[in-house]
Design a protein around this ligand. Structure first.
Ligand SMILES: [Zn+2]
Length: 64
């Protein structure tokens, strides 16, 4: 992953930290590194993740 830009939670003004996060998207469950607010737990899902990387993940899942 090459997203090194700092992201701030717009609710808490806290810097988001990368963390292993379990979440559901489009009926699939994913366990991956996502930026997460340490205060409120809000997960930031980058647009490129939903557009590009998700497709990769789904392909990996089907590959099994
Ligand atoms: Zn927050």
């Amino acid at each position: 992953m090459k997203e090194d830009k700092k992201l701030i939670c717009h609710l808490c003004k806290e810097e988001l930290k990368r963390a292993k996060t379990f979440f559901k998207y489009l009926g699939h469950s994913f366990h991956t590194d996502l930026l997460r607010c340490p205060k409120c737990g809000q997960v930031f899902i980058p647009e490129e993740l939903t557009k590009g990387r998700m497709a990769d993940v789904e392909m990996q899942l089907e590959d099994k």
